[in-house]
Design a protein around this ligand. Structure first.
Ligand code: GDP
Length: 192
């Protein structure tokens, strides 16, 4: 069976554990720093312009959004992190929500979006730790903004900083670079 990523459906948003989906289908948890392009990567993945909201006001999205992928599992859009202007109360709420979500045992695998241009931030390293017990796909987005000569060293830097066993997946939500490879890797995680 192959998964048709365009067959995607919004299910619901959760703001606390009572709202988490617990129906046994696999869950792919998407995480990334605010503005890294997580919404754009999700929209590219499912071939929609505006499924996940691009440019949603950073830090104002402390909710977990569930989308069903072709009946095979869930794409779980976790709230972005690392936005400097967020209040301490908001940050604490984010931390509690993440603790609850990861403690729930509902995560099948992670998809972490990082910026291909930069060394991962301390927040990215912390996020990577949340996924330490799970299969993880790291997507290096905004590849189109790199010079050709920068690609290999930047991917190596991301791999080293996040302590990954393989380089991250080079990707451009804007151009569609890496789309087939991302779909292939995610389908493999969803298929029994
Ligand atoms: P989010 O906050 O992580 O959901 O990020 P968004 O998807 O809202 O994207 C943040 C900004 O980065 C927007 O202006 C996007 O158009 C831009 N962006 C996202 N992905 C890419 C990419 O692959 N290349 C380029 N050049 N810009 C991108």
């Amino acid at each position: 069976m192959s998964i048709v990523f365009e067959r995607v459906e919004f299910i619901r948003s959760a703001v606390e554990p009572a709202g988490f989906l617990r129906d046994g289908l696999p869950q792919l948890a998407f995480a990334g720093r605010s503005n890294v392009g997580k919404s754009s990567v999700i929209n590219r993945l499912v071939g929609r312009k505006n499924l996940a909201r691009v440019g949603a006001s950073p830090g104002k999205t402390n909710q977990v959004n569930y989308f069903c992928l072709d009946g095979a599992g869930y794409l779980v859009d976790l709230p972005g992190y690392g936005y400097a202007k967020v209040s301490k109360a908001e940050r604490d709420r984010w931390g509690r929500l993440m603790e609850d979500y990861f403690a729930s045992g509902l995560v099948t695998a992670g998809v972490m979006i990082v910026d291909a241009r930069h060394k991962p931030t301390a927040d990215d390293v912390t996020m990577r730790q949340w996924f330490r017990d799970h299969p993880l796909v790291v997507v290096a987005n905004k590849l189109d903004k790199l010079k050709k000569s920068e690609i290999e060293p930047n991917l190596a830097c991301i791999q080293e900083t996040l302590d990954l066993s393989a380089p991250p997946l080079p990707f451009s939500a804007e151009k569609g670079t890496g789309l087939e490879e991302l779909r292939r890797q995610l389908a493999a995680l969803l298929e029994p």
